[in-house]
Design a protein. Structure first.
Length: 395
C-alpha cells in the first residue's frame, strides 16, 4: 500500500496555528502539509475537486453513479452534501468518482482494498448481535479529510494507488456465509463513496438472511440514504463534534447533514449507535458534550448507545497527546446525567465503562474483554436480573 509522497512533511500546530497556516504559507511559500492541495478561501479545511484526473479509460470495477445530475457539459454528484460539480475528466473530492465521456462513474465497485472478518464489537456495536462476526469490506476514498484519520492510507488516496481485491456483491455474500458471519459491514473508509457497491451487496445479502451494516461519518444526502435504509440493519455514525466550525477545521465537513442522517435512520427503524472521538484541544469541551447529548436525547431518545473514544496521535495530529481518560469518564457521566441510558468509553482497555449495565437495576449484563463478549445476561431482549427491556437487536 503506497503512502502519500509528502507524508513526512506536515506542519505541527495548535488549533490557532492551523487557522493561521493558510496565510503564513501563502506569504512565505513554505510547504504546509495540513493545507497542501486544499482550498482555504472560506477558511475551511476543504479539498478541491481535481481537474483532468480521470483515468484514461474506465476500468472493470466501475459502474455509473446512481444519484447524479447533468448540468450543461458538467455532471454533479448527488450522493453526499459535497455535491461535486465535475467538468469532463474531473475527479470528485472523495477521489472515487470521475466524470468520463458525459457519465459519472464510481471506480470502487467490487474492488475493495480491505476485507476481514471482524467481531461486531470492533465497529463498535454493543447492542447489535453481540458476539457475532461481521464480514467487513473497505474501499478507498472519503467525503471528509480529517486531520486525525486513523485509516488515511486508504481513505485519502485514489483506488488505483492501492492493492485491491476483485469481490463483486454475489461473491461477497457467499464469502460472508462461508465465514458464518451474520452481517456484512461496509467500513474502514467512508462507505458512501462506494454506495452502489454497498446497495447491491445489501440487496443480495438480505435475501440470504445476512444483515447490512453501515459504518459511516453520516455525510450523505437524503435520497441515497432512504434507498440505503431499505436493506440496512444497523448503522454506526461518527459524530465528530457539535459545531460547524469544528467540523470545517478538523474534518473538512459540516455538522447539519450528519444530524439529519441520524434523524432519518431513527425514523426508518435502523438500529443506530454513535461514536464521538474526543480530540485534545479540538473537541475536549464538556459544554459541547452536554449540548450533543441533549440533542441525542431530544431527537433520538435515551436508548441509542454513545461511545466516547480515546484519541491516539496519528496522521496530521501526531503532536497531540492521547485523550485524558478522566475527561472521557467525565463525558460519560455527563451523558448519563443528561438522560442517556447506554454510554461507553472506548480505546481504553479494561475500563468498567466498556461493559453494559442495566439502566434499571444497574447490574452488569454484558461483560467485554477487548472486542470479546465473555458474559451476556440479556435474555430475549431483557435484563436477566430485573426483566427490564434493553434496547438493541439481540437476535
Amino acid at each position: 500500500m503506497k503512502e502519500p509522497a509528502d507524508q513526512a512533511r506536515f506542519l505541527k500546530m495548535t488549533r490557532r496555528g492551523l487557522l493561521k497556516a493558510g496565510l503564513v504559507c501563502a506569504i512565505s511559500g513554505l510547504p504546509c502539509r495540513a493545507f497542501a492541495g486544499w482550498a482555504s478561501s472560506s477558511g475551511r479545511n476543504e479539498k478541491k475537486v481535481t481537474l483532468n484526473d480521470a483515468p484514461g479509460k474506465i476500468w472493470e470495477w466501475s459502474t455509473e453513479v446512481m444519484f447524479k445530475r447533468v448540468s450543461g457539459g458538467n455532471v454533479q454528484c448527488l450522493t453526499c452534501p459535497n455535491m461535486c460539480l465535475l467538468p469532463p475528466n474531473a475527479r470528485s473530492r472523495c477521489q472515487s468518482h470521475v466524470h468520463k465521456d458525459g457519465k459519472l462513474y464510481t471506480l470502487v465497485y467490487g474492488n475493495p482494498c480491505a476485507v476481514h472478518v471482524d467481531p461486531i464489537e470492533k465497529k463498535p456495536f454493543y447492542h447489535f448481535l453481540p458476539g457475532s462476526s461481521s464480514f467487513s469490506i473497505g474501499t478507498t476514498g472519503c467525503s471528509f479529510h480529517c486531520l486525525n484519520c486513523q485509516n488515511w492510507q486508504i481513505s485519502q488516496v485514489k483506488p488505483e494507488d492501492v492493492s485491491c481485491y476483485t469481490l463483486y456483491p454475489e461473491a461477497a455474500v457467499e464469502k460472508a456465509i462461508e465465514a458464518k458471519c451474520r452481517t456484512i459491514a461496509f467500513t474502514y473508509n467512508e462507505p458512501t463513496t462506494a454506495l452502489e457497491y454497498a446497495l447491491d451487496t445489501f440487496r443480495l445479502s438480505r435475501k440470504r438472511n445476512v444483515g447490512g451494516v453501515w459504518v459511516s461519518n453520516g455525510f450523505i444526502n437524503r435520497e441515497p440514504l432512504l434507498e440505503l435504509c431499505k436493506n440496512l440493519s444497523a448503522a454506526r455514525i461518527d459524530v465528530k463534534g457539535f459545531s460547524d466550525e469544528m467540523y470545517q477545521i478538523l474534518n473538512a465537513g459540516r455538522l447539519s447533514p450528519v444530524l439529519d442522517t441520524l434523524k432519518i435512520l431513527k425514523a426508518e427503524g435502523v438500529w443506530l449507535e454513535m461514536i464521538v472521538l474526543i480530540v485534545p484541544t479540538y473537541t475536549d469541551r464538556m459544554e459541547m458534550v452536554k449540548q450533543m447529548c441533549g440533542w441525542f436525547l431530544k431527537n433520538l431518545g435515551p436508548d441509542h448507545p454513545v461511545h466516547f473514544l480515546r484519541f491516539h496521535p496519528q496522521y496530521k495530529l501526531t503532536h497531540l497527546p492521547p485523550t485524558s481518560i478522566s475527561f472521557l469518564e467525565d463525558a460519560r457521566k455527563t451523558a448519563l446525567s443528561e438522560g442517556l441510558h447506554h454510554v461507553y468509553v472506548g480505546n481504553v482497555p479494561n475500563a468498567d465503562s466498556n461493559h453494559t449495565y442495566c439502566p434499571g437495576c444497574k447490574k452488569k449484563i454484558i461483560n467485554r474483554v477487548g472486542f470479546s463478549v465473555t458474559e451476556n445476561r440479556v435474555k430475549n431482549g431483557k435484563c436477566g436480573y430485573c426483566g427490564r427491556r434493553i434496547a438493541g437487536v439481540w437476535a
